[in-house]
Design a protein around this ligand. Sequence first.
Ligand code: ZN
Length: 433
Amino acid sequence: MYWEPDKECMDREELEQLHIERLQSTLTRVYAHVPFYRKKFDQMGITPEDIGSLSDLSRLPFTTKDDVRGNYPYGLFAVPLREVVRIHASSGTTETAAVVGYTRNDIKMWSNLMARVLTAGGVTKDDVVQVAFGYGLFTGGFGLHYGAERIGASVIPASAGNTARQIKIMKDFKTTALVCTPSYAALVAGTVREMGIPVSALSLKYGLFGGEPWSEGMRQEIQDSLGIVATDNYGLTEVLGPGVSGECLERNGLHISEDHFLVEVIDPETLLPVPPGRKGELVITTLTKEAFPMIRYRTRDLTRLLPEPCPCGRTGRRMSRVAGRTDDMLIIKGVKFFPSQVESLIFEIEGTGPNYQIVIDRKGAMDHATVLVEAAEAISFDQERRQSGTLAETIRKRLAHELGFSVDVKLVEKQALERSGEKGKRVVDNRKF
Ligand SMILES: [Zn+2]
């Protein structure tokens, strides 16, 4: 089922024509209304008229997170504030947030794109959608809320936190679709089990999860324990919020709403496009945003474009689930890796829970990593000495094989690990740089 079949299944040639028209109008708009872009274009000696085809895209400057921060709060807005009807900001406690604005048209477009994602994930007007994303400056809550309302579903704005209450609402209000981060969904699944509630007492059918990288193993675990079909969706505050892309029920990658976003995948070091199908950093240019247009925004998210057509019939290209962020990349003993690699592996091993944490210390000049893994079930002291010892050893061996260096592994009680808000806290880096 589609929300906007004419757009989601658009002919590729027609789409390319739309791309160039919308790109030119976006460039004209930012050149006229955003001094930051005008200055950049002038310095590079280009005008919007010079970009006559999509192959000229690479001549345009990138926009980085630092550019957004440097123009805090309203420097990159392309419309006067009187035309802005909503303001959101990216999370981030240690850095200046990115502040973004939306016109009335932007909100309409956003709701439509969210409706596409929700429809692709199985949601219809007959569903009861529980939004367990925070409602606030963070784009997740309001983004999904408006999309679900647009479809005509019954929306429960549960907001984030208080898991026991979430589950009570879920049970009593007969929630059929759960919307939150994947790690929160895993926590909900664990708590449902702990409270002794059989899955048959819930009405859940679908889970739409996003906001952080997660693995296929985690998906399987959530689907099995809640008895749902779980899809992944993606977006980021700087280009819109959620709604940039989302999986259909095939669950084989996220369809990008290419009529609204122009995507590139680049090598984060050379900044050149990677060969088709190869992994790299996702770069997004918005094509229809009025208040906060973005030219070649470097998302720092690592993904690859999947060129093969999807059996669902949507023609929007798919991106693979985000494998991590370039700034989440860890370098230990000179080896580069992502927390998601650790996660995939942990999920393949029987007896582990959904939560884990990588703690990095420096002993002398040497980096040392300890991976804390929550056990699936409560561990008794006796068991700890025998079974969990064996389990930790299994994980340790598999990680050493996967990563190419040795780490310590410690099994901890379930739900013993610290979480930061809705998202799992995956890395604690105690090294001083
Ligand atoms: Zn599909």
